[in-house]
Design a protein around this ligand. Structure first.
Ligand SMILES: Cc1cc2nc3c(=O)[nH]c(=O)nc-3n(C[C@H](O)[C@H](O)[C@H](O)COP(=O)(O)O)c2cc1C
Length: 222
């Protein structure tokens, strides 16, 4: 394998916000999970654990998640960022506007942007959802290891033609997710990954994000 093979895979992945309903075969989900679990973790602790929904159970979860988001109280296990400033604010805005432009949400139309955000809780129509958790005792480093797992999950899925989106939005309702999936009290719920086959004709999948130049992210020493 060459770096250009890897770059092709990296460049072809994007966060999918409209899925077709077709299920992913179980053996392919197993392959994705097996590949994702090859990432490094501190002390090889492999802190990730996932609850993966399929079929009617995804539909049952989707309905329950939507109901919770409509009526529940936000209470993420890991506090969400309190602010984005400087370049982080700029990049956040740029990807938000790219999405809104793609789906036709006009600047300042709060109701339409909320409607788009709410799609998170219907899993963007995905036929599968994985809830990712990490042991509380491993703290930020457990979450760091799980970040690698989530990225590798997305890339392994992409290599099989399966689209993904990591979703912190679902972790807004961590107590609900803990109850629903019987996730132990001593684990932090990090995020979800919704996945399946992309609806490539949907406008929400019609834009791509860019990346900062190396000069913005590297301090060369020597
Ligand atoms: C940890 C994490 C959480 C995310 N949560 C959400 C989310 O809740 N809703 C959403 O629409 N996108 C979410 N995203 C997707 C990001 O917005 C997306 O990765 C970013 O804009 C870069 O675009 P790309 O993935 O298409 O390259 C999340 C991504 C990560 C890594």
């Amino acid at each position: 394998m060459t770096l250009s093979d890897l770059n092709r895979l990296l460049a072809s992945r994007y966060s999918c916000r409209a899925f077709r309903p077709n299920p992913v075969p179980k053996d392919q989900i197993e392959q994705i999970l097996t590949s994702a679990a090859r990432v490094p973790s501190w002390c090889n602790a492999q802190p990730w654990h996932v609850s993966v929904t399929s079929g009617a159970e995804t539909e049952r979860f989707r309905a329950a998640m939507q109901a919770e988001a409509a009526a529940g109280t936000p209470c993420p296990d890991i506090p969400f960022p309190t602010s984005y400033s400087g370049v982080y604010q700029d990049r956040r805005r740029a990807c938000g506007w790219a999405l809104y432009q793609a789906v036709g949400v006009k600047r300042g139309d709060r109701s339409a942007s909320t409607q788009q955000m709410i799609q998170n809780f219907s899993l963007f129509g995905a036929p599968h959802c994985a809830i990712v958790s990490s042991p509380t005792e491993l703290g930020a480093y457990g979450a760091l290891d799980c970040g690698g797992f989530i990225t590798a999950f997305s890339l392994a899925a992409q290599a099989l033609g399966i689209a993904t989106i990591p979703q912190a939005a679902l972790a807004t309702y961590s107590p609900f997710l803990r109850r629903y999936f019987d996730i132990p009290e001593d684990r932090l719920i990090l995020c979800a990954i919704s996945f399946g086959y992309a609806d490539t004709d949907h406008p929400a999948n019609g834009f791509r994000t860019d990346r900062a130049d190396l000069s913005e992210i590297v301090n060369w020493v020597g």
